[in-house]
Design a protein around this ligand. Structure first.
Ligand code: BGC
Length: 367
């Protein structure tokens, strides 16, 4: 199933313009314009990867506007962040519901709808994405520096706390991909001199402690695991190899993590989030196929990456939209209808899916 260059070209063009047209005047990227449970919200995780995809295909102004929104949002909540840091420093960390949320309204406010909010990964991913964007396009980082400093201090104070993972699951665990995103963000902030001096040294020390934890405690059978004590993988772990390179792509740890995701979670090119997933029956996520493709490309497996891109492109709907997941291979079909009844049909379009196709195509030299 090789994608024709016309099909790919059309999808790439549509993806850029869709993301651009749905970007809120504030700079926020909505996760999905129509899906009931996501409408009106922008996530640091989704958004950071969307901005990275847009940056990679030359949509500089759009990516910068998203980073401006992140910076403004962080500064708007500076008081809350200072309280979190002060409590952690005093040895009396605040409860999960007082930590930063994973998503904000498009105006940067904390929403009033219930969500599984305490997730640390997006803040690390934002630091990584904003430095990658500035580096890629030779931009000065000054306008993002104050917010980045606060985020670095937040992560230094709280990186070791258990929290919900990328999928709003298992708040009691320390997750491999969450920790990897935090490490990637702190290391990028130091390497690109978003922070320096005493704070730079503290950020480097926290990143190094987190890395020791990840590479020693969160490894089984030679690969990074879903969470402390598990031997399973999660589809999100690919991101630590490509595009984030938190795991050195030439290392055995990176290769074996990619191999484990292929073995456990990839069926015919479509990647599941994790074994046991029941969300909409536990289908395959095009954005995760793209992450796996980016990881395969990073370790030199171009043919495999091409197949991932082809599979992701094959999920496009008649009107050019990419969904959050498809139901070609469900892990637990019994749950599909239950989610449709609860939230409506699968989120389509999902901007993150569109952005990951852009990002993988760019890395393959096809965008
Ligand atoms: C996913 C998150 C994602 C959010 C918005 C949720 O269903 O679990 O990873 O950030 O949707 O796209």
């Amino acid at each position: 199933m090789a994608t024709t260059s016309t099909a790919l070209g059309e999808l790439l063009e549509h993806s850029r313009s869709l993301i651009r047209s749905l970007q809120h005047p504030s700079g926020a990227y909505p996760a999905s314009p129509t899906f009931s449970a996501y409408r009106g919200y922008s996530w640091f995780r989704d958004g950071a990867f969307i901005a990275d995809g847009m940056s990679a295909v030359g949509e500089v102004a759009s990516a910068s506007a998203f980073h401006d929104w992140c910076a403004a949002t962080v500064l708007r909540h500076a008081g809350r962040i200072e309280r979190i840091i002060a409590a952690a420093d005093a040895g009396t960390p605040l409860p999960d519901n007082e930590m930063l949320p994973t998503r904000f309204t498009l105006d940067g406010e904390i929403g009033t709808d219930d969500w599984w909010d305490f997730q640390l990964d997006g803040y690390g991913t934002w630091l990584w994405a904003v430095t990658a964007h500035a580096d890629r396009h030779g931009l000065t980082q000054e306008r993002w520096a104050d917010a980045a400093t606060l985020v670095v201090r937040y992560l230094i104070s709280s990186w070791s706390r258990p929290c919900f993972d990328w999928w709003e699951e298992h708040v009691e665990q320390v997750h491999g991909s969450t920790l990897g995103c935090v490490i990637g963000g702190l290391e990028a902030a130091v390497a690109h001199q978003l922070v320096d001096g005493e704070l730079g040294a503290q950020a480097a020390a926290a990143a190094s402690a987190a890395r020791v934890f990840l590479e020693n405690r969160l490894v089984a059978d030679g690969h990074v695991v879903k969470w402390l004590g598990s031997s399973a993988v999660d589809g999100s772990l690919s991101a630590l190899v490509g595009p984030m390179a938190v795991l050195d792509p030439s290392s055995g740890l990176a290769r074996q993590t990619v191999a484990a995701v292929e073995r456990e979670l990839c069926v015919d090119g479509g990647v599941h989030r994790f074994l046991g997933d029941t969300f909409f029956g536990g289908g395959q996520w095009p954005l995760l196929s793209c992450f796996l493709g980016l990881a395969q490309l990073a370790i030199g497996e171009r043919g495999k990456a091409q197949r991932m891109l082809d599979w992701a492109v094959s999920t496009v709907t008649a009107d050019g939209s990419l969904p959050e997941q498809v139901s070609r291979h469900l892990l637990d079909p019994e749950f599909e209808q239950e989610w449709i009844d609860r939230w409506g049909t699968v989120a389509t379009p999902l901007l993150w899916s569109h952005a990951m196709v852009l990002r993988l195509a760019a890395e393959m030299g096809e965008a």
